[in-house]
Design a protein around this ligand. Structure first.
Ligand code: UD1
Ligand code: MG
Length: 462
């Protein structure tokens, strides 16, 4: 068994996507298509890993990081065969096996690739490719066989006759090849076809013509080898991935009340006995602990929820941490830098940003908490605003332990309220308040008896 090399083809534009961005950077489950293929390739620990880029090369490199990848530039996209040929220099003198993967076939598994390599070796083939039977094979290259089932070659959809288009066995665009044979055979490709391109699948015909063995491995679950060429295919694959991820979490002990409308991205983790309601998005590197309740309509990006957290209906959370037993919502917005301590309550129409809230503190109604640190067991009354921005700079507010902020108060930062401070209702606090003090604004309350009736009379006359 020789060395293993991997070539990933990612130079095409993906015309059928009708996009300003290269196809392989389009996002599936929150990650670029190419990232899936790269990850799977890396898991095989190849000696060489080459990615052929061309259209939007810089964007592709940026989207996938430069880590341990040899980037090969295919300046003009003259076809998949030409693309592989571009990496010839890198594989000069390489005598092992090369796996060729497509940047637009993201769900292929490591196990399938190991199976492909095994089959390739067992049959002593120079080339082995993955095939599958599709109910709707349109768009794919079709596998041609004689009456006995012997392989004859691959014909691309655009070059296929009406009869050939009826064939349901397709080429998945995933190959194992002996490096020496491959780079030699590529020299024999022609571009005399409908697209004027050098087709990699034509190598199958070349091998057979030379009496060499070409193997095929049939993928039982064709969803794994589907390619993304259109937005519609991307959406269908998103669905496949969503179902796969949701099944995984249900098997791990998470209740999804409506898997159809639950969107969990690849890197998310969820603890057991957590119950997730409809229309929930768990995105990025979100971590949800055990026994959490997410009632529904939650949009969470990079949130870290400890155990027993309850997110009531309709919340938006980004880059925030929530400790055990906290309750958030309904209709709350936790923005980046929010950190809620144990058993904190954040209620309706409360927005937080760069806010650290200590254990047991509460802000239950209509409040903005920006650039603030709040101690333990404090209560922030309805309509409280931390005025953190003066039009030029942002400032912080510090609130101690057991502080009571009365409703409709404004805290003008920078400002500090010591422990046990009591802010009377509708107070504007502009200066630091020492621990244990009461703060209120001098305002007299005036009463005019019978005023309403007089007013009504006046209005009627007029
Ligand atoms: C290809 C196969 C087809 C197979 C299908 C499976 C060819 C000619 N056809 O068709 O038999 O059924 O995949 O998904 O190979 N690329 C380059 N440089 C190029 C052209 C393409 O790097 O000059 C890359 C693309 O970025 C893409 C991959 O090769 O990642 C496949 O190209 P694409 O145009 O999608 O080929 P298909 O028409 O899907
Ligand atoms: Mg394709």
């Amino acid at each position: 068994m020789g060395d293993l090399g991997v070539i990933i083809l990612a130079a095409g534009e993906g015309k059928r996507m009708k996009s300003g961005r290269p196809k392989v950077v389009h996002s599936l489950g929150g990650k670029p298509l190419l990232a899936y293929v790269l990850e799977t390739a890396r898991r095989l620990k190849p000696k060489k890993l080459a990615v052929v880029v061309g259209h939007g090369a810089e964007k592709v490199k940026k989207a996938c990081g430069e880590d341990a990848i040899t980037w090969v530039l295919q300046e003009k996209q003259l076809g998949t065969g030409h693309a592989v040929g571009c990496s010839g220099k890198i594989f000069a003198g390489f005598s092992g096996e090369v796996l060729i993967l497509s940047g637009d076939v993201p769900l292929i598994s490591k196990e399938r690739l190991l199976g492909l390599l095994r089959c390739h070796r067992e049959q002593n083939a120079v080339l082995t490719f993955v095939s599958a039977s599709l109910a709707e094979p349109a768009g794919y290259g079709r596998v041609l066989r004689d009456g006995k089932g012997n392989l004859l070659g691959i014909v691309e959809e655009r070059d296929a006759s009406e009869k050939e288009k009826q064939i349901r066995e397709i080429n998945a665009g995933i190959y194992a090849a002996s490096a020496r044979f491959l780079f030699d055979a590529l020299k024999g490709l022609s571009n005399r076809n409908q697209q004027g391109e050098y087709y990699l699948p034509d190598v199958v015909g070349i091998a057979l013509k030379n009496g060499r063995t070409v193997g095929t491995v049939h993928a039982e679950d064709p969803r794994e080898i589907l390619g993304v060429n259109t937005r519609e295919e991307l959406a269908m694959m998103e669905k496949t991935l969503q179902e796969r991820i949701n099944r995984k979490w249900m098997a791990a002990g998470v209740t999804l009340k409506d898997p159809e409308t639950t969107y969990i991205e690849e890197e998310v983790t969820i603890g057991r006995d957590t119950v997730i309601g409809p229309n929930t998005h768990l995105l990025g590197k979100t971590v949800v602990g055990e026994r959490c309740r997410i009632d529904g309509s939650a949009y969470i990006t990079n949130g870290r929820l400890a155990d027993d957290v309850h997110l009531r209906f309709s919340v938006v959370l980004s880059d925030c941490r929530i400790a055990d037993g906290a309750i958030v919502g309904p209709f709350a917005h936790l923005r980046p830098g929010t950190s809620l301590g144990r058993a904190v309550h954040i209620g309706n129409f409360v927005e937080t940003k760069e806010a650290t809230v200590g254990e047991g503190s509460k802000a239950n109604h209509l409040t903005y908490l920006g650039d603030v640190t709040i101690g333990r067991e404090s209560n922030i009354g309805a309509g409280t605003i931390t005025c953190n921005y003066d039009g030029f700079e942002k400032y912080r507010t510090a609130i101690g332990d057991r502080v009571q902020v009365g409703s409709d108060s404004t805290l003008v930062a920078p400002v500090r309220l010591g422990d046990d401070v009591y802010v009377a209702t509708a107070t504007t606090v502009r200066h630091d308040i020492p621990a244990g003090a009461l703060v209120y604004n001098e305002r007299s309350e005036k009463v005019k008896k019978g005023w309403t009736e007089e007013k009504r009379k006046k209005m009627k006359k007029g």
